[in-house]
Write a protein that binds this ligand. Structure first.
Ligand code: NGQ
Ligand code: ZN
Length: 452
């Protein structure tokens, strides 16, 4: 297939906004950018182009539970009661189910403006806990779903060995996740092989959490590959348990033992002290914030205002996929700060800066770093041709320009128009090109799973 050339009325380039922008692509990358250029016959056209956002944290299979855990339980619902429901759900999923659900989740991510996903993948084994004949069976299903939908994939195979701090034995509900170190190394190798055919896939590592690994295990896993993603300090009970076990808080415990630098993504890091927060920022790790899921699970509010003021890097993730919406993650990140600080434009950073546009640029940079694909602050020659366009004539974007377009996207419900991944259009007028078959198969899968 010929390399497409795209033409936009406006585009966000690495050095700022430009008008009448022609983007030549070659083998999935941006090969040339001309501004003030005429469109040519055969160019694919769009309104306002910006780079697609990285989604740095997802558990794709949880999409199939979305909306099904919102009923009051007998004695007070929490993150931990939600997790029990999730464990029961995960027990019944086959490889076909996982592929069908992941394809639907990835399709919705693309439709919302995410062009790459960091899949924090821990559903490794058969329902009895035994590895599949191919240890990367499930990883291959995730890769197949990425291939079907076209989303960029950074796969983060999870190492999971324990149920609590101090190396406690895993529980029955965790049997599909657990490996010993030897098994994990084999799984990682098989995963790399399974993804070899997927262009621009990245394979990192993901020690699940400090609850699930010992210090020695973490050392070996962190040396195996990068980026390194870990869930940390999401729940107050997790912080208390860590203190009771070690005398230190989770983030502090990690920072005291590991060089938590720009290879690391600390997912959530909700409950941090000032010192922990500063050390994340100054050592260059990315805070992996998942505002929608953190709200849904009752986690708490990350101190984003202070962290950003300290120069901290962050990206956003859709995590439980209870809702898949790139703009909503940024909006809720800012709104959490407004609600707790009783102020406005908290994360804009400086006078005159547009809040939505600022968050968008920072989430591009931090998300790209966390997913192993460094990103410029706009379209750039040599970067992957992963971009999103906004319909310039829509009332949400009309009569405004530049950063105000991104503010309208983030805060005012401005819709998305088209999405290209590696130069190929995968979403046209808001709809993924494979929505028909992918959603039909997902619907059948859900009907069967929920009938049980
Ligand atoms: C997960 N999700 O691995 O899916 C976790 C829940 C846990 C979030 N932390 C399980 N949001 O942390 O033990
Ligand atoms: Zn998670």
């Amino acid at each position: 297939m010929a390399d497409p050339t795209l033409w936009f009325e406006h585009a966000l380039l690495a050095d700022g906004w430009a008008t009448r922008v022609r983007v030549e692509t070659s083998a999935g990358f941006v090969a040339a950018i001309q501004v003030d250029a005429e469109p040519k016959a055969g160019d694919e056209r769009g309104g306002i182009a910006v780079p697609g956002l990285p989604n740095l944290h997802s558990h794709a299979f949880q999409r199939a539970m979305a909306g099904l855990t919102e009923v009051g339980g007998p004695q007070g619902d929490s993150f931990w009661t939600w997790r029990e429901v999730m464990y029961r759900f995960v027990a019944q999923l086959s490889p076909d189910d996982v592929q069908a659900i992941a394809a639907q989740a990835f399709l919705e991510m693309l439709e919302s403006g995410f062009t790459r996903v960091g899949e924090f993948h821990y559903l490794h084994h058969d329902s009895d806990g035994r590895p599949y004949a191919d240890p990367a069976e499930m990883a291959g299903r995730i890769a197949a779903a990425a291939e079907e939908t076209g989303i960029g994939l950074t796969l983060l195979p999870v190492f999971y060995a324990h149920s609590a701090f101090g190396g406690a034995a895993p529980t029955e509900g965790q049997r599909r996740f657990v490996s010993d170190l030897g098994g994990y190394v084999r799984l990682h190798e098989a995963t790399r092989a399974a993804l070899a055919g997927l262009p621009d896939a990245v394979v990192g590592v993901a020690p699940h959490s400090l609850r699930a690994v010992t210090e020695d295990e973490l050392r070996l896993v962190a040396d195996l590959a990068q980026p390194i993603h870990i869930h940390i300090a999401e729940q107050v009970r997790e912080v208390d348990d860590c203190l009771a076990w070690s005398g230190a808080r989770p983030v502090e415990w990690l920072q005291d033992r590991f060089a938590v630098d720009d290879r690391w993504c600390l997912v959530h890091a909700t409950h941090v002290t000032e010192r922990e927060r500063r050390r994340i920022a100054t050592r260059g790790a990315v805070a992996g914030l998942c505002p929608v899921t953190e709200a849904n699970l009752g986690d708490g509010v990350f101190p984003a205002a202070r962290y950003l003021a300290e120069g901290g890097a962050f990206g956003v993730g859709s995590d439980s996929n209870v809702r898949i919406d790139a703009a909503e993650e940024l909006r809720l990140l800012e709104y959490g700060q407004r609600l707790t600080r009783r102020a406005r434009n908290v994360l804009a950073g400086e006078q005159g800066a547009a809040t939505g546009a600022t968050l968008y640029r920072k989430a591009l940079a931090g998300g790209g770093q966390a997913l192993g694909v460094p990103q410029a602050a706009g379209l750039a020659v040599g970067a992957a041709a992963d971009l999103v366009s906004l319909p310039v004539d829509h009332e949400a974007y009309a009569a405004r320009s530049g950063d105000a377009w991104l503010d309208s996207r983030v805060f005012a419900g401005g819709p998305l128009e088209h999405v290209w991944r590696r130069g190929r259009r995968v979403v046209a007028d808001g709809r993924h090109v494979a929505r028909g078959p992918v959603s039909a198969r997902y619907g059948q899968t859900l009907a069967r799973l929920l009938r049980r």
